[in-house]
Design a protein around this ligand. Structure first.
Ligand code: AQP
Length: 328
């Protein structure tokens, strides 16, 4: 049995990228493992959030977790701000981090570059908080998308740095990438990842999009003038992205997809990609609608927070003792 931890920020409406890169793996690996899945709302505030929206999205994200297959009986589902050890250990991890290594994080550089001179310090210190999230549970595997590899690497470095100085407190976690690390790209700028905070909503498929919108967005996705369906990320990033999506949805290989569309044009291919996305999302959307207003969701989150707190506190206590952060 392994310990699994992962989280998603309630920083916008969830995307197909969040689903294929992270969410669907959460439920795949829950059986037989000890899993902790978190709505990381304190990560979301590293950029400004509207309080009412943040509150609503926190609940919506918890409902989406369950709608996409997470079983709250098997997995512990909770909200980050309800387990104070996350920020407590996050501060300790910040003190172990070097400004240089944090400044080298791609996500920091991308997000900071959009903020002019007013870069929130929390954007820089996001990785030590993420390290704390993971290390508190003595996590073995972290199911995240391929874009989070760098953050996982810094988490491992911080854990090793701590263990070297203060003794073996933390398990060193490994990344868990499903389906060869699917990275879903923007439908309009296919060299950039699909993101929930992208202002261009036509570039993004949201998990709660209706079938018509999904079809429209995929139909208008950026491609090229070659009209030949084959995988080539450099020359054909748009078509390669759609192949990747279809492959993740149907478990066909890139070669199988290329062969199936050898004598068909982009129109037929895009229609099939849209159908595959719609049929995958429809049952998730139906389940989500039943769950989001259900008071049982609050019970699940309260129980989850209590369970997570009990586990996190054991590690945090060890950390404080190892560092001399105690009185008696
Ligand atoms: N395009 C993507 N392809 C594959 N996986 C992805 N993930 C995100 N986008 C893609 C994975 O989803 C999880 C969610 O992580 P997050 O919410 O903590 O933040 P993120 O990675 O920064 O996701 P977004 O959608 O891009 O959010 P914003 O726009 O708020 O920054 C992670 O496991 C991630 O790998």
């Amino acid at each position: 049995m392994s310990i699994i931890f992962s989280g998603i920020q309630p920083s916008g409406n969830l995307t197909l990228g969040n689903y294929l890169g992270a969410l669907r793996n959460f439920s795949k690996i829950q059986a037989g493992n000890e899993c902790y899945y978190c709505v990381v709302n304190q990560h979301a505030i590293t950029v400004p959030q509207d309080p009412k929206m943040l509150h609503e999205r926190t609940r919506q994200l918890a409902a989406i977790y369950i709608a996409s297959g997470l079983d709250p009986e098997q997995s512990t589902l909770f909200v980050q701000s309800e387990v104070p050890e996350h920020v407590q250990l996050g501060w300790i991890m910040t003190t172990l981090s070097y400004v240089g290594e944090l400044e080298r994080m791609t996500q920091y550089k991308d997000k900071a570059s959009k903020r002019g001179d007013s870069i929130p310090a929390g954007l820089l210190t996001y990785p030590p908080l993420m390290a704390a999230d993971i290390l508190l549970y003595q996590t073995n595997y972290v199911p995240v998308g391929d874009d989070q590899k760098q953050h996982l690497e810094i988490t491992r470095n911080l854990a090793q740095r701590f263990n070297r100085v203060y003794g073996d407190v933390f398990t060193i976690p490994d990344i868990y990438l499903g389906h060869d690390g699917t990275r879903v790209m923007s439908l309009q700028e296919p060299t950039k990842k699909m993101s929930k905070s992208d202002d261009n909503t036509t570039a993004t498929i949201y998990l709660l999009d209706n079938p018509k919108d999904i079809e429209k967005k995929i139909k208008r996705a950026q491609t090229d003038s070659e009209n030949s369906v084959h995988y080539d990320v450099e020359q054909k990033p748009g078509i390669s992205n759609l192949i990747e999506i279809l492959s993740a949805m149907t478990d066909q290989t890139h070669d199988e997809i290329t062969a199936a569309y050898a004598d068909k044009g982009y129109g037929a291919f895009k229609k099939d990609v849209a159908d595959a996305v719609i049929s995958t999302l429809e049952p998730i959307q139906q389940r989500y609608q039943q769950l989001v207003g259900d008071p049982e969701l609050d019970d699940i989150l309260e129980k989850g927070a209590a369970k997570a707190h009990a586990k996190a506190n054991v590690t945090y206590d060890k950390v404080c003792h190892a560092m001399g952060l105690y009185r008696k």
